[in-house]
Design a protein around this ligand. Structure first.
Ligand code: NAD
Length: 288
């Protein structure tokens, strides 16, 4: 979006701003989260890598050590299931014990959906809210008291452009992302007394990752295994670079997408009825 374009051109650089920061990334085993930790590992930061699969996190850690500028002691592999909310307090304590502080929490872990409202079981909607919404809210509320105590920190959440302009076959996913948008905008208003704590919401359009393959189908335990190859997608590298720029420039909201998706989001913002009409035309062409 235009603010992000300006920030990329004139704003602060991640290379200058992130030195010595402790950054906790959820969903670090794949896609956007994985690329994010690779780009961060080129800077002088401490990283906490979280997702459910330890062996995948260890693989990502090895690559960070091979290609980045970090040492073994700079990276903590911390397995975490976002839906296991009882474990989030312990996980937060483990990070604080290892590095003494959390400068940036990146709420990135999540899953998408590919099933119609009529065809999907209710547990699909529950799973998406449990994971994308409640899991993110839960981890944020564990980390927030620590940031409030220090009066500083960044909470960066990977939302989605479908959290601004909904798409077909992902009603539960869209709902979870719309909910996140409301939650973080409201939280930001509660933090006005703490200008050192910033909330950035990132809204990517389609990006290369495993998200489409791992989308929840008509039952919560079924995946679609559909790559949506014909969908124009942004490279993970470009998306993450723009995320980092949004993060260091404390952008409240950053829309990151190729056309025509960005244009559709603008239309939804300014001409919702026309935006809806275009969405239907676009998705008929892409998906059906
Ligand atoms: N790729 C896109 O087109 C796109 C577009 C908009 C938003 N997003 C968002 O980006 C974020 C990252 O997705 P991605 O595209 O990299 O997909 P991905 O499937 O490649 O990665 C998702 C990550 O989330 C983790 N995860 C899934 N369930 C989890 C759980 N229960 N507990 C902990 N971690 C869990 C996975 O292990 C993985 O590391 C998601 O929040 C997604 O909604 C993606």
């Amino acid at each position: 979006d235009l603010t992000l374009l300006w920030a990329e051109w004139q704003g602060r650089r991640p290379e200058w701003e992130l030195t010595d920061m402790v950054v906790w990334v959820t969903g670090a085993s794949s896609g956007i989260g994985e690329e994010l930790v690779y780009q961060l590992s080129k800077l002088r930061v401490s990283l906490v890598l979280s997702a459910r699969r330890v062996h995948e996190l260890e693989r990502v850690k090895r690559r960070c050590l091979e290609n980045g500028n970090l040492k073994e002691k700079d990276i903590l592999v911390l397995p975490l299931d976002l839906t296991d909310r009882d474990s989030h307090e312990e996980a937060t304590k483990a990070v604080l014990q290892e590095f003494g502080r959390i400068d940036i929490l990146v709420n990135n872990g999540g899953r998408s959906q590919c099933s119609s409202v009529v065809g999907a079981n209710l547990d699909v909607f529950q799973e998406l809210i449990e994971l994308n919404y409640l899991g993110t809210v839960s981890l944020t509320t564990c980390v927030l008291p620590h940031m409030i105590e220090r009066k500083q920190g960044k909470i960066v959440t990977v939302n989605s452009l479908v959290g601004v302009a909904a798409t077909p076959l992902s009603s539960g996913y869209c709902a979870s992302k719309y909910a996140l948008r409301g939650f973080f905008h409201s939280l930001r208003t509660e933090l006005v007394e703490y200008p050192g704590i910033t909330i950035s919401n990132i809204f990517p359009g389609p990006v290369n990752s495993n998200i489409f393959k791992n989308s929840i189908a008509e039952e919560a335990t079924k995946v679609t295994d559909n790559e949506l190859d014909h969908l124009p997608k942004m490279t993970t590298h470009r998306c993450v670079r723009l995320m980092l720029i949004s993060m260091v420039n404390d952008l409240k909201e950053a829309w990151i997408a190729e056309q025509p998706f960005l244009l559709v989001a603008y239309l939804w913002q300014y001409m919702p009825t026309f935006g809806w009409w275009i969405t239907i035309k676009l998705w008929k062409k892409i998906m059906f």
